[in-house]
Design a protein around this ligand. Structure first.
Ligand code: TYM
Length: 332
């Protein structure tokens, strides 16, 4: 029996290089090696109150981009989270033994509170519980995610183990963050600090659907500095981030070339950024072309979503029937 993989992406719009190198690129290989469930986390995105038409448009965008990245609906199950209501039911059971203190201590919750102090809703607080439900509903053991999701995986293990203890069984296996690389990936953004992420602004991200001209402009505007003045000096964060991006998209000898120039204080950031932009354009070109073709094919998208709904529900229903039984919820 193949191990089960579950992973999701929030439907908040276009996918970026962080999503691709952090998670999506793995999905393509994984679908051959494991029993895979990939879903579009539309319920998770409700924490920020999108308009109904934005929400629907974003779900479509992510579905299109999943497929454009090479996810094959014949090999894996691709579904929209809200199409599988059993996830919401499991979320409810798990919420009964998720505690305020641990939810408030989650790093991503604290970040969100800091960024949006006027919208600290219960959905945001219990976000890791919904994520645990997404994973446990298929009894997955492997979850391909970027570094930023590691703590959420730890919480998913906590909630699954607690359920097992409470009901005196070993029903849920432990899920772990997974990558084919030796460590989880963190793709930096272009603003000189932290990871690539949409909430940091459009200028911070390179989207998979960005046109070459847009990519060039964004990269040329990326934060840098006046250049090194001492040989082999350590790189400040903004510069290290650009090198980390180059490591992700460029050939190893290109990276080595610019590392050498930096260490000799001979680097010209204009040339460095030009190369980085061209390599990003090369890396995303085939995906960008497929995005355009797939987006135009409404019939295909609705067929894919329909098949995903069936397969996703079939697996989820099996779990939810067992869980109801374990909890003591039975029909008369
Ligand atoms: P989300 O939508 O923020 O991101 C989707 C995936 O992309 C990865 N990622 C990154 N990886 C490396 N560097 C970056 N800069 C970067 N930005 C994003 C994320 O790690 C993630 O793998 N809570 C999840 C969605 C989710 C989920 C799940 C994932 C809901 N339920 C169940 C796995 C299993 C999230 O917000 O990801």
């Amino acid at each position: 029996m193949k191990e089960t993989v579950v992973s999701g992406i929030r439907s908040t719009g276009k996918l970026h290089l962080g999503n691709y190198y952090g998670a999506l690129k793995n999905f393509v290989q994984m679908q051959h090696d494991y029993n895979c469930f990939f879903f579009i986390a539309d319920l998770h995105s409700l924490t920020t109150h999108p308009t109904p038409s934005d929400l629907h448009g974003n779900v479509k965008q992510v579905l299109v981009e999943y497929l454009a990245c090479g996810i094959d609906p014949e090999l894996s199950t691709i579904y929209i989270q809200s199409d599988v209501p059993e996830v919401a039911e499991l979320y409810l059971y798990l919420n009964m033994n998720a505690y305020m203190g641990e939810l408030e201590r989650s790093a991503s919750f604290k970040d969100k509170v800091r960024a949006n102090p006027d919208n600290v809703n219960a959905g945001l607080l219990t976000y890791p519980v919904l994520m645990a439900a997404d994973i446990l509903i298929h009894k997955a053991t492997k979850v391909p995610v970027g570094k930023d999701q590691e703590q959420h995986l730890e919480m998913a293990r906590t909630f699954g183990n607690r359920f097992n203890r409470l009901y005196n069984n070993d029903y849920f296996p432990e899920p772990y963050a997974f990558s084919y690389a030796t460590s989880l990936v963190k793709v930096p953004g272009l603003d000189g600090k932290g990871k690539m992420g949409k909430s940091e602004g459009e200028g911070n991200v390179i989207n998979l659907s960005d046109d070459p001209e847009v990519i060039r402009k964004k990269v040329m505007r990326a934060v840098s500095d006046g250049g090194p003045t001492v040989e082999n000096q350590p790189k400040p964060e903004a510069i290290q981030n650009l090198f980390d991006l180059m490591k992700v998209v460029s050939a190893p000898d290109t990276l080595a070339h610019f590392e050498g120039l930096y260490n000799q204080c001979a680097i010209r950031y204009g040339d460095f950024k030009k190369q980085l932009a061209e390599d990003m354009i090369m890396a995303t070109a085939p995906i960008r072309e497929r995005i355009q073709a797939i987006a135009a094919d409404e019939a295909y998208l609705s067929k894919v979503a329909g098949i995903g709904r069936e397969k996703g529900r079939e697996s989820a229903l099996k779990t939810i029937r067992d869980v109801r039984e374990l909890v003591g919820i039975k029909s008369f």
